[in-house]
Design a protein around this ligand. Sequence first.
Ligand code: FAD
Length: 329
Amino acid sequence: MRVDVAIIGAGPVGLFAAFQAGMLGMKSCVVDALDCIGGQCSALYPEKPIYDIPGYPNIQAAELVYNLKEQASRFDPEYLLSRQVNSLSKDGDLFRLSTSKGDVIEAKIVLIAAGAGSFGPNRPPLKGIEKYEGKSVFYLVGKREELAGKRITIAGGGDSAIDWAISLSSIAKVTLVHRRAKFRAADASVKELYRLSEEGKINLVINYQLSALEGDADHLEKIVVSDLDGNEKVIDTDILLPFFGLKQNLGPINDFGLDIEQNYLKVKQPNYETNVPGIYAVGDVAKYEGKLKLILTGFAEVSSALHHSYSRVFDGKALHFEYSTSKIN
Ligand code: FAD
């Protein structure tokens, strides 16, 4: 396959890149290791509302992904799913990418929107947890309504733990366990959490950690939590949702010859080019001073990177900036 832009990663940022490439007259393909588009939005929180996408007071992650695909569809990008980009090399003026399914893609530029790389959840080190995974222990919430009426224990102190505690408290009996009194989440969400706790809608168990699981062969019945002094509490639980963040692993991207700092690709501002001219990194994977890991930041990075790449893609031709209304009727 030969394209102008090869986009690695079909998360929200990669999807917006397919649209932006089309706007600039570039043919793109988007490759993702997952079997669906949407990256973290689809894999980790499809039903969670997002409040900080400009123009949408509140949009579910899955709906945002749908809209991004719809927005790009007028340019017909090629999606290659369920395959990892395993290698990237330079062949004359073109980049050559190969995937785990044997595809070879030649591209004039490469946009890496690989997020956290091949991601997976951090699992709590609890004896026997594997036997409950997929039955009583889940690292992401697929269908929120399936949890209605359950006794749910959520563990963690970040945005996912708090957002889900708030969201599920209206349909289930929720306990939130966190090892310290400080949360790493948006102030507004933390306030809401305390408000619901005061109203008795969320049971907050602070300064305790998960220490053991009890149940029959298949299903969880109780969770034991303990504090630093060894005091224990037992929480009746049908479902445990541990939200301890993602394991970040760039996998094969580590071998692409790019400058890497702690699992992130270092880029230059304002164009988000890596140390290799023609290879850009955008979205969560891109690192520079003051980086904010937000979807809207990734969208802006995409526009800057693709505008910068224009003359490389079109053999030195200068880009005359236009608003979208001048391009699309
Ligand atoms: P990702 O969404 O991580 O997508 C990267 C994709 O690249 C993945 O699908 C992965 O499979 C693929 N990939 C990686 N390596 C390869 C490879 N070698 N070959 C092929 N494919 C590859 N942000 C907000 O702005 N607002 C919020 O409210 C918000 N809430 C959040 C809640 C939770 C629970 C979490 C976990 C995150 C939240 N975020 C939020 C952060 C937001 O999801 C990320 O900033 C966003 O997903 C980054 O998008 P991305 O496209 O850069 O990367």
